[in-house]
Design a protein around this ligand. Structure first.
Ligand code: PAF
Length: 282
């Protein structure tokens, strides 16, 4: 299939989507920052199943990166992304420049609390305001019936659900299971940063989460399981553990086995200069 049409202005985007809407057809959006891997492409197939038209946005959103984070080295490959998206059956790519998304004088930010406060919110204080703001803009630009988010960024998914509910945004949020390499490593554009040795060590993060989930599921001692998992990660070559934790799967409040609600194990840890995150259900 030929690469899909790439639109770069809100005006061109609206005119394309309005034609579909006028014909009574539905639209699904897959928001991305590009550097697409197979995980993203599974989100595109889900989008195609959910709606008549699949739009993929590619925008490396500067406002969700902290001042010392990897914005300048974040991988970019628009031509490669467009080829992959064509093969995956994407109908339109929405790839605005930063000035189109944030024109001079831009002055409105959505600051989510609740699910945005712990975990990533503590380590990356401005991250979710950037994510919630750009996603709200993407929803208002594309006006999708559904938007597809991977469970890989589980806290992001919770925050987006919260934003959509709080602001009554007319979009259905669809979650897609995390796509993994054969050794369990969650697919992520940031895996491209890993050296060969780091790539070999990386699946230890998923193993650590599985160990904690097994103990939590049995009502065992979660803090002890976290200590063991932290030790195992450092032994495997991880250089720092930001957090390993078990949370309520919806609110991300601390998990209480007795409450009988679903739990989620989440972790973030560093391999050299690369920070990896992952999560699994209890
Ligand atoms: O998950 C991502 O790639 C980004 O956080 C998103 C949702 C595209 C917003 O920039």
């Amino acid at each position: 299939m030929p690469p899909p049409r790439i639109v770069r202005t809100v005006k061109a985007l609206r005119s394309a989507v309005q034609k579909w809407r006028a014909a009574g057809e539905s639209v699904a959006l897959v928001p991305t920052m590009g550097a697409l891997h197979d995980g993203h492409l599974t989100l595109v197939s889900l989008a195609r199943r959910k709606a008549d038209w699949a739009v993929v946005s590619i925008f490396v959103n500067p406002t969700q990166f902290g001042p010392t984070e990897d914005l300048s080295r974040y991988p970019r490959d628009e031509a490669g992304d467009a080829r992959k998206l064509g093969a995956a059956g994407t109908d339109l790519i929405w790839a605005p420049a930063a000035e189109e998304m944030y024109p001079d004088g831009f002055a409105t930010t959505i600051v989510p609390k609740g699910a945005a406060l712990p975990l990533e919110g503590e380590f990356r204080p401005h991250h979710f305001a950037g994510v919630a703001t750009v996603c709200t803009k993407l929803f208002s630009q594309v006006t999708p019936d559904a938007a597809i988010f991977g469970e890989k960024d589980y806290q992001q998914l919770c925050v987006i659900r919260q934003t959509v509910a709080d602001l009554n945004l007319p979009v259905k949020i669809v979650a897609a299971p995390t796509s993994r390499d054969r050794d369990g490593l969650a697919r992520s554009s940031r895996n491209a940063y890993l050296t060969a040795d780091e790539r070999e060590a990386a699946p230890a993060l998923n193993r650590a989460l599985k160990g904690i989930a097994a103990i939590a599921a049995k009502g065992g001692l979660i803090n002890k399981a976290i200590d063991v998992a932290t030790h195992d990660l450092l032994q495997a070559g991880f250089t720092k553990v930001d957090y390993l934790t078990v949370r309520d799967a919806e609110t991300l409040a601390p998990f209480e086995a007795k409450a009988g609600r679903p739990g989620r194990v989440l972790g973030a840890a560093w391999l050299g200069t690369t920070r990896l995150i992952d999560n699994i259900a209890v």
